[in-house]
Write a protein that binds this ligand. Sequence first.
Ligand code: SAH
Length: 347
Amino acid sequence: MANIFGLNVEEIKEAVAKLNIPSYRSKQIADWIYKKGKISFYEMTNLSKSLQEKLSAEFEISPPTLKQRLDSKDGDTSKFLLSFDENTAVETVLMRKNYGNSVCVSTQAGCNMGCAFCASTLLGLSRNLTASEMFGEVYFVENELKSEGKSVTNLVLMGSGEPLMNYDEVIKFLRLIHDEDIMGVGYRNITLSTSGIVPNIYRLIDENLPITLSISLHAPNDELRTTLMPINKKYPLKDVIEAGRLYAERTKRRVTYEYILIDGINDGKKEAAELSELLKGQLANVNLIPINPVRERNFYRPAKEKIEAFLNCLLKSNISATVRKEMGKDVNAACGQLRNRYLKEGN
Ligand code: SAH
């Protein structure tokens, strides 16, 4: 049966065309699904009984389903393991912040970037998610928030997967989520994070979407970056930084550079100085992220003083930088691991 969940008004119109339904009906159906959270045609009370029956016989409305849920003790962070089909599940995270409610969206089931510090890549790439599936993640969280009298205000594409390796569906997803008939999330409230797929950063510039670009840097020289992020062999630092510079220049939006701090690996004075040199004069902000430890790799979080020292070194060189405020440490420690356990043990 055809699933119309995640289609926009125009696509719903095309999908139901064979039933000879007046075209204004597709807008009504979209309203029920996206604005009122109804996924049964029988609850769509402005449709006639016979129309409800016809639609139900031909179509389904199937958003992702919940497999597991974890809530942080402080109540600010909730992590959902959502499944789209028997073989595909991803993690989606809700962060309740003082400025709004942010959803961390996965763009692929698994990942094949192979970053040394990341749990999402351990089992490889299962498959790309479709625009409708990514939208389903946000829709699920939106419905959860409704019961708290809240709604989704911000999105970060920082869950599992590399968004720029699933380019077309990600762009389609951004347009879908921005669509007033669907959810109307402002582009300025959306951040896309990439490990630095240079040609697709250039494509993104040409899309003219005022979203924030976040680039995962994690090292200030090619030698170190390649050991942490194998993609650096294909797209070395110089090219990544140049793409970031152009993104800022063309969109007039400050690029965020993510820099995980790993004790004894990339957190020294030398690296801080190199990083300052690399980003000198850029419209950029460095986001320092004390690593979520990966024991299998002996990667640990630096002491507070080292984090402070690294930050101060950047600030002294006039590089704008912040240390990421940690949310839901108790559930984030399991970042990517909820899915891994689920796939390995089937529970
Ligand atoms: N593939 C994209 C988006 C997903 S990762 C990217 O690389 O940016 C989102 C962010 O989480 C990236 O900055 C990534 O480097 C970071 N991350 C991965 N593993 C982490 C860990 N163990 N601790 C802290 N941050 C981590």
